[in-house]
Design a protein around this ligand. Structure first.
Ligand code: HEM
Length: 309
């Protein structure tokens, strides 16, 4: 493709004609357009004005900003997953490439978790956390979207309900069986924690839509639909296992250690701001969230959370 002025104008004419536009008007508009700057393009002013503390404690700023960094990276992860999910016919190489991108973000989140455990004074954390109750990272909707986009719903169901579910389970029933939904609901009375109730008021409709939308195009479903030869590609299997491990063990353990640093005090453990029995709730050994169960050996499945990759 040549890039002479005539050539470019020709292509522009073609493009604008297709949408009934006059090229001259567009060119005249360019005469008056402002030059782009870094700060307008990146929206730095807007971005740097989103950090609002609730207390006077300086380390609360670290806490807010690091959570915001996480949400941005969650968005980047979803961006990559969606490219695989919506690709017409992804091949093993493209699949592995996008998955490795998503994994790199999760790896970065895991290794940077020390910003939480080492980057704040425990005394300050224990003070400002009281102003955050009953909010919790539990209420990160993007974290839940990543789970829906990664695997079939039964793989993120509470262990007690997993065996009762299959691909015909109605969406709302499947949603009620999710591990985090079950954790926020009293099994006998059906009463929900405030944390969960508020989360649902804001996001439940969107969660149901996403579960439905990713049903046949989540990463695990897409993988299982690849030709068998692609499913056996060692690089793809390695990328899949790495992603599963980094999301469900490495990140979870980094998070667990940060919680332990702040909430454990000798034998006594403080509750999380969301009020959970966090030691049990957060450890992969109990949670057993596994996105791609068919890619792990029996031994690895049995010892989930207790072996290096
Ligand atoms: C000092 C740092 C942190 C502590 C002490 C902490 C503690 C906790 C605790 C105790 C829970 C269990 C629910 C509850 O009772 O609140 C939880 C859940 C959660 N937190 Fe954090 N957290 C920290 C940082 C973060 C960061 C930086 C993120 C990133 C967004 C995050 C995301 C989450 C998510 C997604 C859950 C739900 C996990 C699940 O359902 O398995 N947390 N956190």
């Amino acid at each position: 493709m040549s890039n002479t002025r005539e050539e470019i104008l020709g292509r522009l004419d073609e493009k604008l004609k297709a949408i009934d536009q006059d090229t001259n008007v567009h060119l005249e508009g360019l005469v008056w357009s402002k030059p782009i700057t870094y700060w307008d393009y990146i929206q730095t002013d807007a971005l740097l004005n989103l950090q609002i503390q609730r207390t006077t404690l300086p380390d609360e700023m670290v806490f807010i900003m690091y959570h915001q960094v996480n949400e941005l990276l969650f968005k980047m992860i979803l961006w990559e997953i969606d490219q695989v999910a919506h690709a017409a016919a992804p091949d093993a190489v493209q699949f592995a490439e996008k998955l490795n991108r998503a994994s790199r973000y999760f790896d970065a989140l895991s290794s940077s978790f020390t910003i939480m455990s080492e980057g704040m004074e425990r005394e300050q954390y224990l003070k400002f956390r009281n102003t955050l109750t009953p909010a919790s990272g539990f209420q990160s909707a993007q974290y839940r979207f990543i789970e829906f986009a990664s695997t079939d719903i039964e793989n993120i169901a509470d262990a007690r309900y997993k065996h009762t579910m299959n691909s015909d389970t109605p969406v709302e029933e499947a949603y009620n069986n999710l591990y985090w939904h079950a954790a926020g609901t009293d099994r006998t009375t059906g009463k929900k924690t405030t944390l969960l109730r508020l989360f649902e008021e804001k996001y439940k409709a969107e969660f149901l839509r996403k579960i439905q939308a990713y049903k046949n195009i989540n990463l695990w479903a897409t993988f299982k639909n690849l030709p068998i030869a692609d499913q056996q590609q060692p690089d793809l299997i390695k990328a899949m296992r790495h992603y599963d491990y980094t999301v469900n063990i490495t990140w979870v353990m980094a998070h667990y250690h940060a919680a332990e640093h702040y909430l454990s005090n000798g034998d006594k453990a403080a509750e999380g701001t969301g009020g959970s029995n966090w030691k049990k709730y957060m450890h992969p050994r109990y949670q057993r969230r596994i996105f791609f169960p068919g890619l792990w050996s029996e031994d690895e499945l049995k010892n989930w959370g207790d072996f290096p990759l």
